[in-house]
Design a protein around this ligand. Structure first.
Ligand SMILES: [Zn+2]
Length: 98
């Protein structure tokens, strides 16, 4: 018995993890073409304060939460590698609220 089991896998393209902190393909209106963005990670001031608090609190609760808290306040800014135009920015804490 050969059951016609056509379980075609989902398209692999565009099915990866949504990591806005990685370079992505974006359209640059200045260069008028698609470019692979350069990502600059910037930490807000509150991230540093939170880090210090986490280190202090880590004495009591452990440091396992430190990476999570630090990522909450990271902003990834995407720039065009050719003309350095700011194309987009992603804030982790905004994504977490969605
Ligand atoms: Zn450009």
């Amino acid at each position: 018995m050969s059951a016609s089991n056509q379980s075609s896998p989902q398209s692999a393209t565009g099915n990866g993890p949504r990591n806005h902190h990685s370079p992505a393909i974006a359209y640059c209106s200045t260069c008028r073409r698609n470019v692979t963005t350069e990502v600059q990670i910037s930490y807000s001031k509150i991230a540093h304060i939170t880090c210090i608090l986490c280190i202090v609190a880590g004495c009591f609760f452990g440091c396992c939460l430190l990476p999570y808290f630090s990522m909450c306040f990271v902003t990834a800014k995407h720039y065009c590698p050719d003309c350095n135009t700011h194309l987009a920015s992603h804030n982790s804490i905004l994504e977490a609220l969605h």
